[in-house]
Design a protein around this ligand. Structure first.
Ligand code: PLP
Length: 392
């Protein structure tokens, strides 16, 4: 037996454990200080009533012989795929039910989709980035080419048509930078993918945070995208499903490579290795897309958006350069006085009792930047901004 040697090429991620260690060491030394985290990457508001009551009803059904369900439909229950189809119709995007696959969240599908692609492909990944894209490709031994996000391009790198790649990752609104591509920029990416016969893996996990109606909330708003893009979305941040687990992946029927439908390959992969998302969870997810559910989840999103707005206003007041915060729960700031990401972390912790996430943890281009998130309570955000205003 031989192990997969590619795993040895993975870098250990000490980012969140180092943050936790530094914060607890500080708290041990100064037990009377209250440290506020502006680095919360998980939602904090509970599931909305429309979702919990749909799940309670589904639990009751599972306890009755007449309504009990065993294995579900292959791609996910029709009722949920129809709800998602209707949600996309609201964006003027028409999807076939066959194009929608229900998942237990975007992370699994983003990793698992790689099963259907040769390991000989070259992958194009923006830096800084959500680390899952990089690590899943290292595990498979694929060649990775990075494109640079930086303050000059507003952390929205664009393709170089003279450099070939086969698989491209785009996350918009972006984690960690909060930056969002506009329609013209996404069109250039679609044109690049079509010219290079590449596939774009588009992560729209934060689409619900987009407030500016001119910005695309799905890449399928762009002409030609159905020929070259797989879109991944999740109810984690949309509806507080981080612990409940449900997402969806769109694989258009028009997406063909070597005369083979990627939709059929993905179906074959999923029916072989995945037995679906629980009925109870799919009923909860269906309720997210109901009229009542959408009103309720949007009220939670508005709460986080207001947190982001308060943080953004404070950074503006301080004259600190940042991206995000308007159409995203993330704010990505340039560390003042040219401090490194970790120097700024230490300063915030020791002088202001605040914690956040050093940008360098998301890639080399993140050095000198810092990520704040809007997922905390209003009370903490306000207290944190008061402390930020004392930054020197
Ligand atoms: N994509 C991005 C950019 C994320 O930030 C996250 C979660 O933080 C995910 C995907 C994964 O979400 P899920 O909980 O659906 O697996």
């Amino acid at each position: 037996m031989q192990i997969n040697q590619n795993y040895l090429a993975l870098q250990d991620s000490y980012l969140f454990s180092t943050i936790a260690k530094k914060v607890s060491a500080y708290k041990a030394e100064y037990p009377d200080k209250k440290v506020i985290s502006l680095g919360i990457g998980d939602v904090t508001l509970p599931l909305v009533p429309a979702v919990t009551s749909a799940m309670q009803k589904a639990v009751a059904e599972m306890g009755q012989a007449e309504t009990f369900r065993g294995y579900g439909e292959e791609q996910g229950y029709l009722f949920l795929r129809e709800a998602i189809q209707k949600y996309y119709a609201g964006k003027n995007i028409s999807l076939e039910l066959q194009e929608i696959f229900i998942s237990d969240g975007a992370k699994s599908d983003l990793g698992n989709i790689l099963d259907i692609f040769s390991t000989d492909n070259t992958v194009l990944i923006p830096d800084p980035v959500y680390p899952v894209y990089v690590d899943t490709n290292i595990m498979a031994g694929r060649k990775i080419v990075y494109i640079n996000g930086n303050s000059e391009n507003g952390f929205l790198p664009m393709p170089d048509f003279s450099v070939h790649s086969d698989i491209i990752y785009i996350c918009s609104p972006n984690n960690p930078t909060g930056a969002v591509y506009n329609a013209e920029q996404l069109k250039v990416w679609v044109d690049y993918a079509l010219e290079h016969k590449a596939v774009i893996l588009f992560d729209s996990a934060y689409e619900i945070f987009i407030q500016d109606s001119s910005l695309p909330t799905s890449i399928y708003e762009i002409e030609g995208a159905k020929k070259c893009v797989i879109e991944f979305c999740s109810l984690s941040k949309t509806a507080g499903f981080t612990g409940t687990r449900c997402g969806y992946t769109i694989v258009p029927l028009e997406l063909m490579h070597e005369n083979i439908s990627l939709n059929r390959l993905w179906l074959r992969r999923q029916t072989t290795k995945f037995n679906g998302v629980p009925y109870i969870i799919q009923r909860g997810a269906e309720a997210v897309f109901s009229d009542e559910g959408l009103v309720q989840i949007k009220s939670n999103i508005a709460y986080y958006q207001e947190n982001a707005r308060i943080l953004a206003a404070t950074l503006d007041e301080l004259g600190i350069w940042f991206t995000g915060g308007t159409n995203s729960p993330y704010l990505w700031l340039k560390c003042p006085n040219n401090l490194s990401s970790w120097e700024f972390f230490d300063k915030l912790l020791h002088e202001h009792n605040l914690s956040g996430t050093p940008g360098v943890g998301f890639g080399t281009n993140g050095e000198g930047f810092f990520r704040l998130t809007a997922f905390g309570s209003r009370e903490n955000i306000i207290e944190a901004t008061n402390r930020l205003k004392e930054l020197k």
